[in-house]
Design a protein around this ligand. Structure first.
Ligand code: PLP
Length: 379
């Protein structure tokens, strides 16, 4: 039965396979015996392979060992976990914060704790799959608004008077690389007394000089704004957090099932995240370099007649078909670049998704665009 279904996926060019590195994450990786310039990772600042993170991990293992042995409620956590929560609360200018084992666990745990049966969740149609799953688990009525369509959101908010409402959006959309209209969403939530849940997975470390989407727009956090984010992307570590008012965070510690019923992150994950926040605070130029590299990539692509999407270091190049997407990605692989094809059902329009990082060189970026141009000549 599954054999047939798999065959069908293969025939449509939609079967996926796991690819594993034999090197550290970074601008250059080893994959399948090849050395490739990597334009696929979310390691925007190159922190994943920084010695400061590895040193912090080694020191934490000496002090706390590796395994954590239980959930946070049963002393699975350490003082490093709590230090990281306080640090991230200050970083996001929130009352408090709570750690989760992954962004996926944060969204599937926190959203159902914040909205339930009889409530209404308003969710952008391009929100991350973990948000979609969190909404389903909540048993709230989930209504989807068209991507970044603020008129549609306003209409839907008006359609549910008297109900408790939660608006949920990615800050940076991971497949299109565009940014939510957060000022408009914040205004609407304020006037409809809705709570706002921001998934800042791709904004943390990237937008607002690293502080994330609210800082990018100069918006002060309110007690009704919940900021979720991850340590697993720009911060080069693993795990996630939800920051909000002290009451909201306390509620999550009591009710978020992925927090209650899952073993705590190892102390070394907290140590790595603390080290990453330390570098981010000290080293202002790295986030600047990320955006310089993004500008260079956009300029090179537009100068050569490509029409890249995105307002962030996520730069999708849309192509006509699944075949073209796979063909382009394979061509780039041949030329020594790793940039994956993104296909349905992940996205509606097939594309090659390029993510640029602070530690790419100008030459690597220029050569990538030359390889894209080379592919177009063969079409
Ligand atoms: C990656 C991502 C997540 C999941 O985070 P993990 O730490 O990888 O589980 C959640 N939301 C968004 C928008 C993401 O891009």
């Amino acid at each position: 039965m599954f054999r047939r279904a798999l065959l069908q996926l293969q025939q449509q060019g939609l079967s996926r396979c796991v690819v594993d590195r034999s090197s550290a994450q970074g601008a250059v990786i080893r994959l399948g015996g090849r050395r490739l310039v990597n334009f696929s990772s979310n390691d925007y600042l190159g922190f994943a392979s920084r010695p400061e993170l590895a040193d912090a991990v080694r020191a934490s293992i000496d002090a706390y060992g590796f395994g954590s042995g239980a959930s946070r409620l049963l002393a699975g956590g350490t003082v490093l976990h709590r230090r990281l929560e306080k640090r991230i609360a200050a970083f996001k200018r929130a009352g408090d914060a709570v750690l989760f084992n992954a962004g996926y666990a944060a969204n599937t745990g926190a959203i159902p704790a914040l909205a339930g049966q009889g409530d209404v969740i308003l969710s952008d149609e391009l929100n991350h799959a973990s948000i979609v799953d969190g909404c389903r688990l909540s048993r709230a009525d989930t209504v989807v608004f068209r991507h970044r369509d603020m008129d549609h959101l306003a209409t839907l908010l008006r359609e549910h008077p008297g109900k408790r409402k939660l608006v949920v959006t990615d800050t940076v959309f991971s497949m299109d690389g565009d940014i939510a209209d957060i000022p408009a969403i914040v205004r609407m939530c304020a006037s409809h007394r809705a709570m706002l849940y921001l998934d800042d997975a791709h904004g943390t470390g990237v937008l607002g000089r690293g502080r994330g989407a609210l800082a990018h727009f100069g918006i002060a956090p309110e007690p009704w704004i919940v900021q979720m984010g991850t340590f697993s992307k720009a911060l080069g570590s693993v795990g996630a957090f939800v920051a909000g008012s002290a009451d909201v965070v306390d509620w999550l510690r009591n009710r978020a099932r992925s927090f209650l019923f899952s073993t705590a992150l190892p102390a070394s994950a907290a140590a790595a995240s603390l080290a990453a926040l330390g570098i981010l605070g000290r080293e202002k130029r790295t986030v600047g370099k990320l955006w310089e590299n993004r500008s260079l990539l956009m300029k090179e692509l537009t100068d050569r007649g490509f029409n890249p999407l995105g307002d962030t270091p996520i730069v999708p190049v849309i192509v006509k078909s699944v075949r073209e997407a796979s063909g382009l990605s394979a061509h780039l692989f041949e030329k020594g670049f790793y940039a994956p094809a993104i296909r349905p059902p992940t996205v509606a329009e097939p594309r090659v998704r390029i993510t640029v990082s602070a530690n790419h060189t100008e030459e690597q970026i220029r050569r990538l665009v030359q390889a894209l141009e080379g592919w177009r000549k063969t079409q």
